[in-house]
Design a binder for this molecule. Structure first.
Ligand code: GBH
Length: 452
């Protein structure tokens, strides 16, 4: 697969790959780790597509050296990983479990030795189960617990982490975790899940303060965004699209940037106390943006429990997840954020972008994934175009370094630049790995697009 050389990116642009703890680590009882809501969810029969769990996952806990070497071989300047809260506080409260933190301490040093900046996400959905038993993110107390946990991690990893990300995709934690129940903890509260949004944001704001006291490194939050396309021509369709846009794209970002909550059902449910909005609007240095695809929205049927209907966008290629491939949606998203928030918007890093395909080794043991190369090429051009539009985008992380445990889809969806044989743990770089290596080493090295 050959593509034209990518346009150059600004000097200092951060090229990275991303993973998350429960999706790759395995070793779920090692070094004193406690259970998380995802252990509970995955071990409940019928909730994960292939009945699998993250008990072993990519066995990264036993292979950190091999995985750092894969990153060094890629030439990326950064690695976004997440710290597992139940490794640091097995019961969700109390002093740090030093053995759990040791792992990340070594990882951070190994990354630095390989010339890769550690970017740490503090929460990628693996809430300690004891906190869920006390109400989870529906309980205001969880916000304070999260800030204490952030303090423990920062006390140990401090300035060696080059960018701190408090939460990953609080929208998905709220909507799939507590709204529809497709993710852990499997609650089905629909719009009754709004307190989960507020308590995560409050936890974020309190964690920002805790991090500022421990580190001079920049602090961020990662949200997922989806440009909304109106499907249908009626006023009701447009109103439904606006409602979905407020819920998906503004519910977290408006209050983070000092604008308070948009008008979303449930957002007046009494969770918000005096002073909370100021805590939530604590300045951040970077906005992390995860993008997968736009969403088509039209007015809901009369009997629908939701005020909108999501419709499949036609006319686009699709990934193995059936998500449409729309690279121009990323440019639209980035310029749209700038247009919506103007001077309030901090610099952006695209903290996840990637795709799932049914990648398998060929007879020679090589893994060819030309669709992923096309996908990444298109999305990187979209980022470059947004930079030309004047949007301050300072990094791009591929989701993911490794094929991994894809939540409710188990092992059935492969997002990696590196193929993983889940029976043996064997890693095989795909052709997209070689392509991305050549992309990230520009412009320091002349472009030699790989033809693999
Ligand atoms: C991220 O979430 C997660 O951070 C990461 O852990 C995960 O592995 C990765 O993405 C891949 O899934 O069917 O058109 O309605 C992604 C959040 C929410 C993005 C659902 C796509 C559905 C698209 N996703 N959304 S559609």
């Amino acid at each position: 697969m050959t593509t034209e050389p990518l346009p150059e990116f600004p000097a200092g642009f951060r090229w990275g790959v991303a993973t998350s703890a429960y999706q790759i680590e395995g070793a779920t009882t090692a070094a004193g780790r406690g259970p998380s809501i995802w252990d509970t969810f995955a071990h409940t029969p019928g909730l994960v597509a292939d009945g699998s769990t993250g008990d072993v996952a990519c066995d990264h806990w036993h292979r950190p050296g091999e995985d750092v070497a894969l990153m060094a071989g890629l030439g990326v300047s950064a690695y976004r990983f997440s710290v597992a809260w139940p490794r640091v506080q097995p019961g969700g409260t109390g002093p740090a479990n030093a053995a759990g933190l040791d792992f990340y301490d070594r990882l951070v040093d190994n990354l630095a030795a390989a010339g890769v900046d550690p970017v740490a996400t503090l929460y990628h959905w693996d809430l300690p189960q004891p906190l869920e038993d006390a109400g989870g993110w529906l309980n205001r107390d969880t916000a304070a617990r999260f800030a204490e946990y952030a303090d423990l991690v920062a006390a140990r990893l401090g300035d060696r982490v080059k960018l701190w990300i408090t939460l990953n995709e609080p929208f998905v934690q709220m909507s799939l975790g507590y709204g529809t129940g497709q993710h852990a903890p499997g609650r089905t509260l629909l719009f009754g899940a709004f307190p989960v949004a507020h308590h995560q944001l409050l936890g974020h704001g309190l964690a920002v303060a805790a991090l500022r006291a421990r580190t001079a490194s920049p602090v961020a939050i990662t949200n997922n965004y989806s440009p909304v396309r109106v499907a249908g021509g009626t006023d009701a369709d447009r109103a439904a699209a606006d409602a979905y846009d407020a819920l998906h794209n503004r519910l977290f970002t408006d209050p983070l940037l000092g604008l308070g909550y948009p008008d979303v059902p449930g957002a007046d449910a009494g969770a918000v106390r005096d002073g909370d909005l100021a805590v939530i609007a604590a300045p951040i240095d970077v906005l992390g943006v995860n993008y997968y695809n736009p969403t088509g929205v039209r007015a809901a049927d009369a009997d629908s429990p939701l005020p909108f209907d999501l419709v499949e966008l036609s006319g686009y290629p699709r990934t193995a997840f059936d998500w449409p491939v729309v690279p121009e949606g990323l440019r639209e998203l980035l310029t749209g954020l700038r247009d919506r928030y103007g001077d309030r918007l901090p610099p952006i890093q695209v903290t996840e972008s990637g795709c799932a395909y049914d990648d398998a080794p060929d007879v020679d043991g090589r893994v060819h994934d030309p669709e992923r190369i096309t996908y990444l090429d298109g999305h990187l051009r979209a980022v470059r175009a947004a930079i030309d539009d004047g949007v301050d985008v300072t990094g791009y992380f591929v989701w993911s370094l490794l094929d991994n445990w894809e939540w409710a889809e188990g092992f059935t969806k492969r997002f990696g630049l590196v193929h993983v044989d889940f029976a043996t743990g064997a890693r095989t770089p795909k052709s997209s790995y070689a392509w991305f290596r050549d992309a990230v080493t520009r412009p320091a090295r002349p472009a030699t697009p790989s033809a693999e």
